[in-house]
Ligand binder design. Structure first.
Ligand code: NPW
Ligand code: ADP
Ligand code: MG
Length: 276
């Protein structure tokens, strides 16, 4: 199994060209956040902005708008009850992230179906949290156009792949990822990424990360990294590594690392690990 190490950072994170503007760094649209799980989509949106996406739009339940803007005035907002307003934004996005806090009710399933119907070639579609549970339970198929990136924890992967947690070996996981024609980021204390018929194991991470919202943050980071860096598979690996490396750094002085602290550390961390 290949290892994901700090080498991936300078391979992916580039010094920004002077002659650039927000459009150079990609548009990320994030769909999620029910009335009960608003925090999840706020944390994912925070991660997308702080990892450097040029323009970020959050499509969520209207009850989440004020809290989102308290945390993140940089994000635009569309009420998911007016999904027709979100459609052109999703169509124009470089990356769509769907699932953090989406929930699994009928409204959520419709939002997932409509998003899948819009996703197209050239886009990256990051599927996380509730969207994975819905994918497994409602027998939806992944859209064939975009580069699909699945970010399950082990139980979500069990639901999607049918492989019980105890049987989730690299070989078994890779076989299903290949069958789905997707990148699978299978999260645990040592996250494994199935990509291009290889399994990569992350070398960072700490139990200080074991807190709600940590995966929502990773989904937003994968969104931000794939929006702005050309090599999309490498950008996924770099986001996975950076997420845990920042946590490892903070955990030297903290008993627990909060998801929003990972996001807030991203600009300095990326500055320190950029290549010329
Ligand atoms: N602030 C917010 O708004 C937050 C909103 N969130 C949003 O909530 C939605 C539901 O996501 P979810 O992950 O909380 O619930 P679900 O999919 O039912 O999985 C949990 C079940 O799986 C089991 N399990 C086994 N192995 C596991 C593993 N390695 N890692 C994790 N779980 C593992 C686990 O076992 P147990 O803990 O009971 O032993 C339990 O039975 C989703 O949209 C998410 O984005 C959260 O991010 C939190 C913050
Ligand atoms: N003990 C641990 N060591 C390293 N990383 C961990 C540990 N526990 C959790 N994590 C990381 O935290 C994240 C949890 O994701 P997830 O369960 O989807 O969280 P949530 O849905 O609450 O945001 C994953 O990236 C996982 O690798
Ligand atoms: Mg999660």
């Amino acid at each position: 199994m290949k290892k994901i190490t700090d080498k991936i950072l300078t391979k992916v994170i580039r010094q920004r060209p002077a002659d650039s503007f927000k459009g150079t760094y990609g548009k990320v649209a994030l769909v999620g956040g029910s009335q009960n799980f608003g925090g999840a989509i706020i944390m994912a949106s925070l991660a997308a902005v702080y990892s450097g996406a040029g323009l970020v739009t959050t499509v969520s339940d209207s009850t989440n708008q004020t809290s989102l803007h308290d945390w993140l005035p940089e994000a635009m907002f569309v009420d998911n009850n007016q999904f027709e307003m979100a459609e052109p934004i999703l169509s124009a996005a470089t990356v769509i992230v769907i699932g953090p806090g989406l929930g699994t009710d009928e409204k959520a399933r419709t939002l997932l179906e409509r998003t899948f119907a819009l996703a197209k070639p050239g886009q990256v579609l990051v599927i996380d949290g509730s969207a994975l549970t819905l994918l497994a339970n409602s027998k939806l198929t992944l859209p064939s156009g975009p580069l699909n990136v699945l970010t399950p924890h082990q139980m979500e992967w069990q639901r999607v792949s049918g492989i019980k947690i105890a049987d989730q070996t690299p070989e078994a996981n890779l076989a299903v990822a290949n069958q789905l024609n997707a990148i699978a980021v299978i999260k645990s204390h040592r996250t494994q990424v199935c990509l291009n018929n290889q399994v990569y194991e992350n070398t960072g991470g700490t139990p200080a990360q074991a807190t709600g919202g940590m995966g929502d943050t990773l989904a937003g980071m994968i969104g931000g990294f794939t929006a702005q860096f050309a090599d999309k598979p490498a950008a996924v690996l770099a986001a996975v590594y950076a997420h845990s490396a920042i946590a490892d750094q903070l955990a030297k002085k903290q008993y627990v690392v909060l998801p929003h602290q990972i996001s807030e550390s991203l600009p300095e961390f990326m500055h320190a690990h950029q290549a010329n």
